[in-house]
Design a protein around this ligand. Sequence first.
Ligand code: ATP
Ligand code: MG
Length: 393
Amino acid sequence: MGEKVILARCGEIMLKGLNRPVFENRLLRNIRHALSGLGKVSVYKSQSRMYIEPEDSTFNFDKAAEKLSVVFGIVSISIAEKIDTDIDIIRKTALEQFRNIHDLKTVNTFKIETKRGKKSFPLKSTEISADIGAYILENTEGISVNVHNPDITIYIEVRESTFVYSGIIRGCGGMPTGTGGKVILLLSGGIDSPVAGWMTARRGVVLEAVHFYSYPYTSERSKQKVITLAEILAAYCGNIKLHVVPFTEIQLELSRSCPGDYLTILMRRAMYKIADRIAAGCGALAVVTGESIGQVASQTLQAISVTDEACTMPVFRPLIGMDKNDVVDAARKIGTYDTSIMPYEDCCTVFVAKHPRTRPTLTRTVAHEEKASLDRLIEEAVAETEIINVKGG
Ligand code: ATP
Ligand code: MG
């Protein structure tokens, strides 16, 4: 009767004032990129919506909806029938959609929800809902209307054209990738840092990742695990440049020249110094980590403030107030959890002290740090960093 299209709703972008077109245009570009490979589509914006209209009869709508559900900036998606704004056509389309779902599952109750954007249309939205509801009741058996808790809802949007749909697929929300600048994500193989990266990327920020690699104390498989995590993140936020920094010499030097209880904090300061260097070199404006207060000895407030001092960039910790359970739930949702729990060693666990200091002072930490010849080793680690380009979806 009409043509099938996809509606994508944008959330916060709509609150933007004069800058709104910048965000919208970026989102349009990101949508086109996400759908490339699925055939020719026309993507355009109108009022607070993005519309995706395939030009190809073999277009895979479910695949497209799946791809759009991981595009930052989209709050929800519906696959809709686009028809002429004519009450008779609206009735027939709504009935047809109802029947399609009715055939698929047990549906006893339904409701119609209407929005009327076209004010010149002679019926008000409640009148349209009542009219279409009555039409469906007349043409089916054994069902009734339930406006509070229906088994299905048919949505009708009356604009220049009318859109009829029954499903709303949740998107990730956030801001379009590429509108928020760039950060350096410290990406370990654990559960936390991929979640911290995802939360930051969701704000429209481009990620460049840094992994500290302690070969041969950590294996090639642990590096592969980090690449896999970066690939999962890249499906949301596009290509990620992954810097794999050889960290073994620094760790050996620290463990030779500094007391064991300060080792973790010194190692973390070295990580921050290197991240700072890489950030400055690639135009990133902040460093992001997966730390949260009190999770481990190196994440007490004292330890965090001593490590922070080693970094000139702002350090963001999106998980700072989260419990581990919340982080695990988030990791499951974004799809990194199963990879994160694969049991490969991490550089922090290999060189860890039995009793790391939970209340280090900056003066003592720096005094110990000065005993190690770190500057040259940091230069070398940066120079020998391997760069892996991880492709987005
Ligand atoms: P995660 O689950 O993210 O590994 P964690 O609870 O194991 O975190 P730590 O090992 O103390 O905690 O690490 C805290 C943060 O420091 C990590 O979230 C990550 O951002 C960063 N980090 C730790 N190890 C590495 C590494 N080998 N390479 C890059 N970043 C790291
Ligand atoms: Mg870790």
